[in-house]
Design a protein around this ligand. Structure first.
Ligand code: HEM
Length: 258
């Protein structure tokens, strides 16, 4: 992705400018080359605006969008303001980006490292007794519950201990290779984990459980796919990091009751 920044110093009525962009935004929303867009107004000097548009690539913007079906309506809406542009350039993202702490991580919300240790202890105590998946874990490493706790903690925003101490994704993905996990076994794994989450008292609010279940569903389906005899998964993919998705905890704002 590439980010286009357009800085405007609007000389006329800001409301008319924003209305023009509200119209132009329809073309952005319809363009397959557009990832996202945002128009921001300067708080100190309200005549100044910055438009940020994420494009799938500069080429897609310059050739695909500008040569495509949506450009005509876009340009017609913003044409009166072209001479008020102070800068219009593409910027490449760097490795420096991230989220602040205004929303807690799933790791913190769950109760930190200790919560994931409790979860996996309770979970594997049942797994090894289970008729359907117990045999898969007959020779599991003594430290397995702890390693999976480190993995889950890292995925949900905790410290990168699985990566630092256990080899990260590279090591984990290899553990499932050739295991030929069947769908009923995957489902049993999920069911036992959800039971363990209840048993050890992981938060049961809808937002946390939806995010937690989302990752578990994704991860178990990947584990099943990767475990098939003919699977060739990438062995060096990045560590996944899971967030709240579309439903973070509801925050009515500072000082207001939840
Ligand atoms: C979200 C889903 C899953 C996660 C996060 C996960 C996590 C892990 C991790 C981190 C390891 C390696 C532990 C180490 O460092 O030694 C591992 C190994 C293993 N996993 Fe999974 N797993 C998932 C799904 C499954 C499923 C669905 C099954 C089977 C039903 C399964 C069966 C196994 C087995 C048999 C091992 C090797 C255990 C041993 O012999 O030590 N996993 N898993």
């Amino acid at each position: 992705m590439i980010v286009e920044y357009v800085r405007y110093h609007v000389t006329g009525d800001p409301a008319a400018f924003e209305a023009a962009y509200a119209e132009a935004a329809r073309s952005l929303a319809a363009a397959p080359q557009c990832v996202d867009y945002e128009l921001t107004r300067c708080a100190e000097e309200p005549q100044r605006y910055i438009l940020r548009i994420g494009w799938t690539s500069a080429e897609d913007h310059l050739r695909g969008f500008r040569g495509g079906e949506h450009f005509g309506a876009f340009f017609a809406a913003i044409k009166p303001y072209v001479d008020q542009i102070e800068e219009m350039r593409h910027y490449e993202r760097t490795s420096v980006h991230g989220a602040g702490a205004s929303v807690p991580t799933l790791y913190d919300w769950a109760g930190g490292a200790e919560a994931f240790e409790r979860l996996t202890e309770a979970f594997y105590a049942e797994v090894v007794k289970d008729d359907l998946i117990g045999p898969l874990f007959a020779h599991m490493d003594q430290g397995h519950p702890h390693y999976v706790a480190l993995w889950l903690a890292e995925v949900f925003g905790g410290p990168s201990r699985y990566s630092a101490e256990r080899g990260g994704y590279h090591h984990m993905v290899r553990q499932h290779l050739g295991k030929a996990i069947a769908e009923p076994q995957r489902r049993r794994w999920v069911n036992l984990l959800m039971d363990a989450a209840d048993k050890v008292g992981l938060p049961d609010d809808p937002e946390f459980r939806a995010a937690f279940a989302g990752y578990i569903e994704w991860g178990t389906r990947l584990a099943l796919g990767n475990s098939q005899p003919d699977a060739h998964p990438p062995l060096d993919a990045p560590m996944p990091h899971w967030g709240w998705g579309v439903a973070p905890p509801y925050n009515p704002g500072p000082g207001k009751p939840a």
